[in-house]
Structures are given as structure tokens and as C-alpha cells.
Design a protein around this ligand. Structure first.
Ligand SMILES: Nc1ncnc2c1ncn2[C@@H]1O[C@H](COP(=O)(O)OP(=O)(O)OP(=O)(O)O)[C@@H](O)[C@H]1O
Ligand SMILES: [Mg+2]
Length: 255
């Protein structure tokens, strides 16, 4: 399959009166259609900026960014976006939140809404209001809402960052299942090395000031993606080493 995303010499400066921040510096990246890519890096290395540019939420930059072979000039339904917070409208029920996001031609399509609520395991909550949902459930609704618009690519910016560890693991597994079933390209930005390795076929490692790609790892977890076992540990160790040097100071504690 071809590349759904092609980024060539992407540079992004944020300039205000006092200072200039080079958020991205000469980024070159190709992402294959149907793949799952993780982007990882410390705070401020330009991960969100890059995702926003791919999604058409940020349109001023130098270089070239193509999605599906076309220059990105605005957000569109074929580019779904999931943020760290769910951004559901509090005055609408779950079902109506999804309906609200749909194009006019699909607004009356209750079957479509039901299909995607069922996909994220929330069939019984269609009439609930956002305040009645847990953080994990709200994020599932956000995922259903994005997917109901049938995007070609789903962009996720730390979608599980605010969730507890157990909910997070469950949602990661569901996201993988959805990726396999729906056959769409997914790009996830995360701070979490385990999450990056578990989900991504490739892990793009970024460094800050200025934001650059340091390395791209290909993750080999064998035929089934599991978090235990040598392949996972080896993949994770490789990425840990990008960020942290083992302490060479001798130290000992006596307790
Ligand atoms: N709208 C903006 N105006 C000015 N500077 C910005 C703006 N958005 C981002 N920046 C700067 O660009 C750099 C990259 O920011 P970005 O939000 O992309 O980082 P990030 O990797 O997503 O960080 P985090 O992990 O903390 O979310 C930072 O130095 C930030 O201060
Ligand atoms: Mg960010």
C-alpha cells in the first residue's frame, strides 16, 4: 500500500513579539496507509504541533504535508482527531453528541450511531449525558464519534493520558481491535513508552528545541501483540535507551 501521509522538510516556527520558537525543524516522514504509528518524545518537542498540522488544525508552516496525496489546508471528516480531553458537548446525550458531528446526509442515520457505540462497548449508554460517564467511557464516545465519520486516518493526541492505568490498558486493547477491524491508519502521540511500543508498528522518537525526529524504531512483537515476554521488553528497552542513560554513579542503600 502507498503512503497516506508524506511530510517533506516541515518546519514550524511560532513567533510572537518577544521570541521565536522553532517547534518543528526539517521533519521528513512517510506513513503507510493502514499502519499504526506512535510518536513519542518529551514535553515541548512538537508532537502536538505535528499532529495538528497533519490534521489540518494548523495550516501555517514551511515545507510540504500531504495526506492522501493532497496538501492539507483545513480539517476534514476523513481526518479524525482525538484529544486528551473528550470534548463532548455536556448538554447533549451520547447519541446526540455523535449525531451532531455527522454530515447532514448521515444525521438521521441511527443505525450508524448504534454501530459505533456498539464498537466501543457503550450500546447501553446512548441516552446518558457526558457527566454520567467515567473518563474512560467519555473517551470511548469521542472515539466512536470520530469513527462514525469514517475517517481514513485517526490522529490521537495523548488520548489516554488522563486515565488510570487499568482503564488505559483496556482502551489500548480496544483501539488495536478497532484498528484491525476498521482498517484505518492511526497515529498516536504519547509520553508513555509502553503505550508507544504496544500500539505502534513504528515508533517515531522526537527530541525538543528544536523539535526533530531522532529515530524511527520498527517494533517487532511477533505474531501476537502482548505486553509480556522478551520481544516486548527488548523493544521497550531500545526506546528507553533513547531517553535515559543508565546511572553510572555507584550508590547503595542499607535499610
Ligand atoms: N500556539 C502556540 N504559540 C506559541 N508557541 C507554541 C504554540 N503551540 C506550541 N508552541 C510551542 O511549540 C513547542 C512545541 O509544542 P507542542 O505542543 O507541539 O509540544 P508537545 O511535544 O506536544 O508537548 P507536550 O508533550 O507537553 O504536549 C513548544 O515549545 C511550545 O511552547
Ligand atoms: Mg502535546
Amino acid at each position: 500500500m502507498g503512503n497516506i501521509v508524506e511530510i517533506k522538510h516541515l518546519t514550524k516556527n511560532f513567533t510572537d513579539k518577544e521570541k521565536n520558537v522553532k517547534a518543528l525543524d526539517d521533519i521528513n516522514l512517510e506513513i503507510k496507509e493502514g499502519s499504526f504509528v506512535s510518536i513519542i518524545g518529551g514535553s515541548g518537542c512538537g508532537k502536538s504541533t505535528m499532529l495538528r498540522i497533519i490534521g489540518g488544525l494548523e495550516t501555517e508552516y514551511d515545507g510540504e504535508v500531504l495526506v492522501g496525496g493532497e496538501n492539507v489546508t483545513a480539517p476534514s471528516r476523513d481526518k479524525g482527531f482525538i484529544f486528551q480531553d473528550h470534548r463532548l458537548l455536556p448538554w447533549l446525550t451520547v447519541k446526540e453528541n455523535i449525531r451532531f458531528s455527522l454530515p447532514d446526509s448521515q444525521k438521521k442515520n441511527d443505525e450508524l450511531i448504534k454501530e459505533y457505540l456498539s464498537l466501543v462497548g457503550l450500546s447501553n449508554f446512548e441516552n446518558a449525558y457526558p457527566k454520567q460517564l467515567s473518563g474512560g467511557m467519555s473517551q470511548r464516545v469521542a472515539i466512536a464519534r470520530a469513527l462514525a465519520n469514517k475517517p481514513k486516518i485517526l490522529l490521537l493526541d495523548e488520548p489516554f493520558g488522563a486515565l488510570d492505568a487499568i482503564t488505559k490498558v483496556n482502551l489500548q486493547e480496544e483501539l488495536l481491535k478497532i484498528w484491525k477491524k476498521e482498517n484505518i491508519t492511526m497515529i498516536i502521540v504519547t509520553h508513555d513508552i509502553d503505550e508507544a511500543v504496544y500500539l505502534g508498528q513504528k515508533v517515531v522518537v522526537m527530541t525538543p528545541r528544536p523539535g526533530r525526529i531522532k529515530d524511527i524504531h520498527t517494533v517487532n512483537l511477533g505474531t501476537v501483540r502482548v505486553r509480556t515476554g522478551e520481544l516486548f521488553t527488548a523493544a521497550r528497552d531500545e526506546i528507553y535507551k533513547e531517553f535515559f542513560k543508565e546511572s553510572e554513579l555507584p550508590f547503595s542503600y542499607s535499610i
